[in-house]
Design a protein around this ligand. Sequence first.
Ligand SMILES: Cc1cc2nc3c(=O)[nH]c(=O)nc-3n(C[C@H](O)[C@H](O)[C@H](O)COP(=O)(O)OP(=O)(O)OC[C@H]3O[C@@H](n4cnc5c(N)ncnc54)[C@H](O)[C@@H]3O)c2cc1C
Length: 435
Amino acid sequence: MSFDGAVRRLESVARPDRYRQIEQLPPDAPRTVRGGGYSYAPASFGARTTVQRTRDFNRVLSLDPENGILECEAGLTLGQLHSVATPHGWYLPAQPGYPLITIGGCIAAEAHGKNHFRDGTFRRRVLALDLFHPAHGILRLTRDSHADLFELTCGGLGLTGQILSATLALDRLEGTRVEIRRVSLGRLEEAVPLLEQWAPKSRFLYTWHNLSVSGASFGRGFLYTGDFRPESGLARDGGERFTPITAEDRGRWRVCLLNRATTVLFNAAYELAQRASSRVRVLSLFEFLFPVARKVAYYELFGRKGLHEYQMLVPVESFEDLAATLRRGLMRFGVPIALASCKLFKGERSLLRFDGTGICLALDFPRSSGSERLAGFLDGVVREARGLPNIVKDSRLPRETVEACYPGYESFRRSLRAFDPLRLYRSEISERLGL
Ligand SMILES: Cc1cc2nc3c(=O)[nH]c(=O)nc-3n(C[C@H](O)[C@H](O)[C@H](O)COP(=O)(O)OP(=O)(O)OC[C@H]3O[C@@H](n4cnc5c(N)ncnc54)[C@H](O)[C@@H]3O)c2cc1C
């Protein structure tokens, strides 16, 4: 099942724990690589192939404690990496917010954290990869050797082959606690000037918005700016306990508890609790990097039908118009927005990577007939704004939207077919998008 609850399939799953077992599939058998299974969209199953799980390949192969260079198997999770690197005074700057996500999944989805404006996407951390493809054997990819394939594999949605291991450049850790400061903002449009104002003095930066309020304060909320607390030392931060959740557990409640009325209350309660709490909070690095780890109940509220996460990256200059269009759209479709959050991005667009410069806006809403229409409407909004929708977050994103938004679509497709004419590695996403 996809994490958003939209797609369920019965497929054969292989759980290899030896490299030779990966090679045992007939060389012309279509296959899909599956890391943690935390993509909202079905990126790691759904094409009637054999799904090969990577979770048993989770060893740290080496760590250079002087220079922060870590080599690991691709099934290593972010949480495992955190517990190995932190005591040596290192951390991985670009990481998504859940500890059971794997390194292979981060590379294939070109993941980002709350600091894209400073540290970019995951690819920046990758020095080398070992990639297996039955027609090519094991290839070592770097920026100098097989450079095109390195580029195609980072953000390549698992379609170029199975990443066996990766060498990553970590950053020096300046403390194991993060101090977060809250700043109020009066409406959605204020996100842009505030994010830009705080960017030069922040390590981490994001916003939260209440889209349940109408009128002039639509999207009021908070900006959060965070940085390390240097005096907090470098020992293990002790906050690593959390509740694991899978896509199946996420959908165990039959009903969705987030409707228009409860979402208004839910957002108001969050806002009130924030205003009542101290403006400055200190969290362990683990709690900060993986905020979802102890808040998995949030995802369960969406019930069995699940949620949409629509994440878009739009140029800064389009944001004001986008906010106005969004307000009208939400009134028209009557879909409650459970979560709205922005991040600042500074990067370059290429291929099918969710990367570039602008504002990244994420919206969570429960799955219903109205929500499908809202998501379709947002496809139009993101096209109009010359933005990018995030492919791994959306189980229904149509091929025509991806083709229209991603100038690198054709180049990705052509290069993939040149490398793998049989197109052995597939997924529901690759089939839906005609890759
Ligand atoms: C709670 C939550 C929070 C999230 N937060 C963020 C966030 O802050 N930022 C962000 O960018 N994303 C975020 N995501 C999305 C997540 O980072 C990506 O979807 C990521 O790809 C999931 O990795 P995974 O290990 O679960 O891989 P899967 O979901 O199993 O697979 C994802 C893709 O990676 C490929 N893949 C996995 N392993 C390999 C391998 N060894 N070789 C080749 N291909 C491989 C798969 O084929 C597939 O295409 C979040 C998701 C959740 C559920």
